[in-house]
Design a binder for this molecule. Structure first.
Ligand code: S3P
Length: 169
């Protein structure tokens, strides 16, 4: 049994993933961190030097290699991982998919000083968040078992909702 956290950038996958894994005594695995270790490069540099297509291929490689091998783990995947069917199939076969959500305003407030998200390094990041969310939301909701809002709530509250909705423990 694994819990796989999906959702847009800034929905709290890393923070919630770490807390949830401690609460359940599960291992915590962050797919983006594994990509950075493997490529020996920050994601923002991978995008800049090798392009998004290259990043997406490495992302699929890591998902394909790591997720089927692990158990009793909380796994965070990058916000764009649901865009490829192969990634989603692997996730569905290996765990409960939990979607974390937040409004565009909340996401913008959380990320406005962030420099690590290549897709938001644009003139108008607010507009980019709205347009990316509207093109991705259908994928997020179609490819999750449960959805949990992270707006104006404590991390502890969010963790408890995930546990009760996913009927583990
Ligand atoms: C991306 C989200 C990022 C990272 C990359 C692309 C996306 O992960 O994988 O910058 O396409 O939404 P987080 O969702 O952890 O920020």
């Amino acid at each position: 049994m694994n819990i796989i956290l999906t959702g847009f950038m800034g929905t709290g996958k890393t923070l919630i993933g770490k807390l949830l894994s401690e609460r359940l005594n599960y291992k915590y695995i962050d797919i983006d961190t594994i990509i950075e270790e493997r490529e020996k490069m920050a994601i923002v540099d991978i995008f800049r030097e090798k392009g998004e297509g290259y990043f997406r291929n490495v992302e699929t490689e890591v998902i394909r290699e790591i997720i089927p091998q692990v158990d009793n783990s909380v796994i965070s995947v990058g916000g764009g991982a649901i865009l490829r069917k192969i990634n989603v199939d692997i996730m569905k076969n290996n765990g409960i998919i939990v979607l974390l959500t937040a409004t565009p305003e909340t996401i913008y407030e959380r990320l406005k000083h962030d420099t690590t998200r290549p897709l938001l390094k644009v003139n108008n990041p607010k507009e980019k968040i709205v347009s990316l969310l509207s093109s991705r939301n259908a994928y997020y909701y179609e490819n999750c078992n449960i959805a949990v809002s992270t707006n104006n709530r404590t991390p502890e509250d969010i963790v408890e909702e995930i546990i009760s909705k996913s009927k583990i423990n």
